[in-house]
Ligand binder design. Structure first.
Ligand SMILES: *Cc1c(COP(=O)(O)O)cnc(C)c1O
Length: 217
């Protein structure tokens, strides 16, 4: 089973990096995957999943949670401010805190609910115009602003540019997290999660290597 293979590779990468067994969380990214593939991974016992779209996640996870029991859900796609409320109701973690307006909105909602998901600030390490995330030089100020708003932060997240080695981006993210006193590093996907673990990833987001290729048809 692909899940076992990925978990084995994660444990090996942890050992190779001199890191504690189990120090990396595998987020199985199930966006746009057929339901039977998701059910198969749940049946294998995995309980940590990632989704990119609030509406898609809201359409399948309440039922899957009712059938399979507690599942930790991570939001890893861009989050519109007007979807912040349903996102908070559904997700245990948000990896895409990327702008002041979203931080303000989350802070207001969290204060009202008295419950805060794990939060990661997304950094656009490759400075790509089409990609979300704060720019590297804005990250320290944005982290400080979130803390001023009373939002507890777990770490930083990045998606390195395609077609470039990921290593320098992972190293940059790690350095930015360290100087801001953040322990969480959400980085690494199907193609580069072992490299990310070598650079200190605490959360890897793996989709196609577990579920097979996505079809958006
Ligand atoms: C889709 C997605 C993933 C998973 O990508 P794979 O290459 O299929 O592992 C990871 N992170 C984010 C932010 C994604 O959107």
């Amino acid at each position: 089973m692909a899940l076992d293979d990925i978990l084995t590779r994660i444990r090996k990468a942890e050992a190779a990096a001199g890191r504690r067994d189990g120090s990396v969380t595998l987020i199985a990214v199930s966006k746009v995957q057929p339901l039977d593939r998701v059910e198969a991974v749940l049946a294998e016992g995995h309980r940590v999943f990632g989704e990119n779209y609030v509406q898609e996640a809201a359409g399948k996870w309440p039922d899957l949670r009712a059938r399979f029991g507690p599942v930790r859900l991570h939001m890893i796609g861009p989050l519109q401010t007007n979807k912040a409320k349903p996102a908070l109701d559904l997700f245990d973690a948000i990896h895409t805190l990327d702008r002041p307006s979203l931080a303000d909105k989350l802070a207001r909602l969290v204060e009202g609910q008295g419950r805060c998901p794990e939060l990661f600030v997304q950094v656009n390490t490759g400075r790509e115009p089409q990609k979300a995330g704060v720019l590297p030089e804005e990250a320290d100020a944005f982290v400080a602003r979130c803390r001023d708003l009373g939002l507890p932060l777990s770490g930083l997240m990045c998606i390195p540019p395609e077609g470039e080695p990921s290593g320098p981006h992972f190293a940059l993210l790690r350095e930015m997290a360290a100087r801001n006193g953040l322990n969480g590093l959400s980085m690494g996907m199907s193609a580069d999660f072992e490299d990310a673990i070598a650079h200190g990833a605490t959360h890897v987001r793996v989709g196609s290597a577990i579920f097979g290729a996505r079809s958006y048809g």
